[in-house]
Design a protein around this ligand. Structure first.
Ligand SMILES: [Zn+2]
Length: 297
């Protein structure tokens, strides 16, 4: 599933390839892709047709294309890639792709294709003046790459919570952009069990987890950036498009790169967590160590 680094790579790719392009026409090939656009298919097409793609923005895992009319921002085309969403550019007149969900014919002859095999992704056009974050993205917290992101404030909010740290990382209400993969990686790097509460970790532990999340996503973004092909604006979290060098996620049964113990995979809500049983002990043991240390002092 695409997380912040993958979505940012798509944003950069789109910025390099379609900025300034005019949308001549749009076609919805699968109604599910605009299920959040309440006004329906015709309204969606009316919103985007004739506009110019004047900027591409991102917050967390949400993208939005600024669509301008007469040089003024008019609409935001909000996109969420879901599990498998991709943008591709085609130079062909007819796009033959059974996973294409929406196509945008550009005035320069190219076609921007939103394809999505698993159909969890969506597109939504909303009125937008280019000032505030568009309404569908407003509930999402800042991500660590946002200049206005304040790690100290996020860490403080986490340290006040009795929820498990992985749950806090994934909520998108305190910090955005971190998904299952980079949460597991950040916690492995920090040596922290996913169920450890923010309160037990305290400010220092929460700060460390946030630092690790940022550094692992920065490294992934650099890897993605180098393999990017502007004619194939694409993201596919499942096939390892970015050659992510992962230490925990997807390494069940393989030796921990720090201590050699086999990485375990455990149920986490409706997904999985990957952790090293030795480097990331369950929170009650962690707390017990803390108490023992305090008694010893
Ligand atoms: Zn280990």
């Amino acid at each position: 599933m695409p997380e912040l680094p993958e979505v940012e790579t798509v944003r950069r790719g789109l910025s390099e390839s379609v900025l300034g392009a005019q949308i001549e026409s749009a076609r919805i090939r699968h109604s599910r892709v605009i299920r959040r656009h309440d006004a329906g298919r015709q309204d969606f097409m009316n919103c985007v047709t004739g506009t110019e793609i004047s900027n591409i923005h991102r917050r967390g895992k949400f993208l939005w294309l600024e669509l301008a009319f007469d040089d003024q921002p008019d609409f935001a085309l909000v996109a969420h890639l879901g599990m498998s969403g991709q943008f591709r550019l085609s130079t062909k007149q007819r796009v033959v792709d059974r996973h294409a969900r929406a196509t945008f014919r550009l005035a320069d002859g190219r076609t921007l294709v939103f394809r999505d095999q698993r159909t969890f992704g969506w597109l939504l056009a909303v009125d937008w003046d280019g000032v505030e974050v568009p309404e569908p993205v407003r509930h999402i917290a800042l991500d660590p790459f946002d200049p206005a992101y304040r790690r100290d404030q996020v860490a403080l909010a986490m340290a006040r919570s009795n929820s498990g740290i992985k749950r806090l990382l994934l909520s998108q209400h305190l910090v955005s952009g971190v998904g299952n993969i980079y949460a597991d990686e950040a916690l492995w790097r920090a040596g922290i069990h996913p169920d450890t509460s923010g309160r037990v970790l305290a400010l220092e532990g929460c700060t460390q987890v946030l630092e690790e999340a940022t550094s692992v996503m920065t490294a992934a973004l650099e890897a993605g950036g180098t393999s990017f092909d502007p004619l194939y604006v694409s993201v596919n979290g499942e096939s390892g498009w970015f050659d992510r060098s992962l230490d925990a996620y997807g390494r069940e049964g393989l030796p921990c790169r720090r201590c050699g113990q086999a990485i375990v995979r455990e149920k986490f809500t409706n997904r999985s967590s990957h952790r090293c049983p030795s480097c990331q002990p369950p929170p009650f043991e962690h707390e017990a160590f803390q108490v023992r240390d305090e008694v010893a002092q």
